[in-house]
Design a protein around this ligand. Structure first.
Ligand code: CA
Length: 231
């Protein structure tokens, strides 16, 4: 199999070097762009499998770059942000980014995020269109029948919990923001009712996770949102 190509968009040379060295030693190929204009150009001409995007670039705002890339491509975008404010990450995720890393990050963290992304890519490639049954580890969702099974036992979910698990499963591997989820489940009137969402998520996760201390399926991103992990 060909080594996957990663586009690194980063104006800080030290960080860019750290990332490229890491990728090189872990069997990835890479290309680089030091600013937003070059990033869009590289994305068009090299068609990378993943984009690592620094949000703070000298020319174009990172969120604007996500919107540009999303206008023609569904390539996974992992945002790298020095700004620790959640609002930047959330804006980037809502613009179409898949995941985020906050600076300073460790090499292990970077590699873990890439693994999650590639697992998701392989999964999407293996399922054509809308599969009728979703399986992830011990979890099985029969969309047509509206049933959810864990370990071959049916879970009794409320309608809202069922909608939530469907939404998460259809976006497996991707971090979904509170705004996105509440909008999809309840519509705009409920936009960002994080308190209600948290209650429903807590009951869903309780039914789903065998060990509440180390959740296997649904990961909570404090202040940001939730993600279903590919098990
Ligand atoms: Ca920067």
């Amino acid at each position: 199999m060909n080594k996957p190509l990663v586009l690194i968009v980063e104006d800080d040379t030290a960080v860019q070097n750290l990332i490229s060295t890491t990728l090189e030693t872990h069997d990835y190929r890479f290309c680089t762009a030091p600013n937003g204009e070059a990033a869009v150009l590289e994305a068009v001409s090299h068609n990378p499998e993943v984009v690592l995007l620094d949000l703070g670039l000298p020319d174009i705002d990172g969120v604007e770059i996500i919107r540009k890339i999303r206008s023609w491509s569904q390539v996974p975008i992992i945002v790298i942000s020095a700004r620790s404010e959640d609002s930047d990450k959330i804006e980037a995720l809502d613009a179409g980014a898949d995941d985020y890393l906050t600076k300073p990050f460790s090499v292990e963290e970077l590699l873990a995020r890439l693994r999650v992304t590639f697992r998701r890519l392989n999964y999407s490639a293996s399922t054509t269109g809308e599969a009728a049954v979703f399986t992830n580890g011990e979890l099985k969702i029969d969309y047509a029948a509206g049933c959810v099974f864990m370990d071959n036992e049916e879970l009794h979910l409320t309608p809202i919990e069922y909608k939530l698990i469907c939404l998460l499963s259809k976006n497996v591997g991707k971090v979904l923001t509170h705004t996105y989820i509440t909008h999809e489940i309840w519509g705009s009137a409920w936009d960002n009712d994080v308190a209600s969402l948290r209650v429903f998520m807590a009951t869903l996760r309780k039914k789903l996770e065998k060990e509440s201390g180390s959740p296997k399926y649904i990961q909570m991103h404090v202040g940001v949102g939730y993600r279903m992990l590919r098990v």
